[in-house]
Design a protein around this ligand. Structure first.
Ligand code: F6P
Length: 420
């Protein structure tokens, strides 16, 4: 079989380690030059394929590709762009296959979350129907940790570490000030509809009375009276109260405590801004002095404090995706299987994209304490290994050294422009 090219794209919100997956894909492809001649990376994700704007990764040196391991952000640009169903938007799929055919692209590696797995699945079906079958592999990524089947998602371990570390550090600060000043600190974290990231804040404390004293999960309907009662109890008994709140915290009727009012291409409401809402409730009802922080992009971009376990797994899924593709598997995604908690052992298997696409895995009930404000021992056992180990980037002049891509474009072959 003669060698074909591969197309790699980053999709959705980036993580601190998505580039480690890119590194896994590109380095493994380079070891198999007889089968994969070149990896073209989509500039700004799938949009790069539609507009024929692709980066020639063969023009990047081995050391630049290796430096992706410790570079945050999405090196090639990511996109929130949803390809609709074939019936609704045939032109987009036809264009994609046209570009793939023009550039002899026989492999598609899509590095993303639930929505992206749906796209990769559709492309695998449609390419076959259109007579240019493309081997389509999902490469898992999401800080939200909400993909089914896989034990955890690359990107999550690092955001979890950042949130656990930040909760611990901020709690030390508040504890010092509480006697005469600030009594309440609220940290807002991401996670959309799933409380995995909020749960990670719980790793900061292990004894009763340790911070965080309250975690507000999307999975537990918000009860204002119970919440305020708990804040008061903590301040009276521990001197201060640290709260970790998920951006997806919502009332019983499903209404978010805070919603920014905008939606992304997938129709998801943009969340954020719940920390000031919660802090305002404390001020108005209890009168305590407070501070709050919205961790926002700081948490998912924090490569400096990435989990070594996460970095390893992010690389491993990229590598495995290429290996599965070369063995002839298509419409699958590498998944992480946990073999044991202590010592933490894991391996990579594969699962069909059809079982992953568009599904969200929530924090199970058994991981949330009965009062709804904390994490259980079982949750701790699950989370602890994922934040283990440090993988500091090299520093130059006091700042992390990052990969600088040449970003040379692949010469377009089609004359028709495509507007997205
Ligand atoms: O998809 C991961 C995520 O980080 C969510 O936790 C968050 O709600 C969302 O992305 C933010 O997305 P954007 O960067 O597109 O606003």
């Amino acid at each position: 079989m003669s060698a074909m090219n591969a197309f790699y794209a980053q999709s959705g919100g980036v993580t601190a380690v998505i580039n480690a997956s890119a590194c896994g894909v590109i380095e493994t492809a380079r070891k198999n030059k007889d089968r994969i001649a070149n990896v073209y990376a989509g500039r700004n994700g799938i949009i790069g394929a539609l507009t024929e704007d692709m980066i020639d990764t063969n023009r990047e040196s081995a050391s630049t590709i290796a430096a992706l391991m410790h570079t945050g952000g999405g090196a090639f640009g990511s996109a929130r762009y949803k390809l609709k169903g074939l019936e609704e938007n045939r032109a987009e799929y036809e264009r994609l296959i046209e570009v793939f055919a023009a550039h002899n692209i026989g492999y598609f590696f899509y590095n993303g979350g639930n929505d992206s797995m749906d796209t990769a699945h559709k492309v695998s079906q449609i390419s076959k129907r259109m007579g240019f079958p493309v081997t389509c592999l999902g490469v898992p990524k999401t800080v939200d940790n909400d993909l089914p089947i896989t034990d955890n998602c690359p990107g999550f371990g690092s955001v979890a570490k950042y949130v656990a570390v930040s909760t611990q550090e901020a709690a030390l600060d508040v504890a010092s000030m509480a006697e005469t000043s600030t009594k309440v600190f609220v940290l807002e974290v991401m996670g959309r509809h799933a409380g995995w990231i909020a749960a990670a804040g719980g790793l900061a404390g292990s004894e009763p009375g340790d911070a965080p004293h309250i975690i507000l999960f999307p999975e537990v309907p918000f009860n204002k009276a119970a919440f305020l009662k708990r804040v008061k109890f903590c301040v009276q008994n521990y001197g201060y109260c640290v709260i970790v709140v998920s951006e997806g915290a919502a009332y019983k009727n499903g209404k978010f405590l805070a919603e920014a009012g905008t939606r992304d291409a997938f129709g998801h409401a943009q969340l954020g801004g719940v920390a000031p809402v919660v802090a305002g409730m404390v001020r108005d009802n209890l009168g305590y002095k407070y501070h709050y922080a919205v961790a926002d992009y700081l948490q998912r971009s924090a490569r400096h404090i990435a989990s070594a376990t996460d970095v390893k797994q992010a690389y491993a899924v990229g590598k495995a995706a290429v290996e599965f593709a070369l063995k002839g598997h298509t419409a699958v995604m590498p998944v992480i299987k946990r073999k044991s908690d202590k010592p933490y052992r894991w391996t990579i298997e594969k699962a069909p994209l059809s079982r992953i696409a568009n599904k969200e895995k929530m924090l199970p009930k058994k991981y949330i304490t009965k009062d709804g404000f904390g994490i259980t021992e079982a949750c701790r056992r699950y989370l602890s290994p994922l934040i283990k180990g440090e993988d500091y980037p090299p520093y130059v002049n006091g700042l992390p050294k990052v990969a600088k891509l040449k970003g040379i474009s692949v010469k377009p072959k089609l004359h028709k422009k495509f507007v997205v």
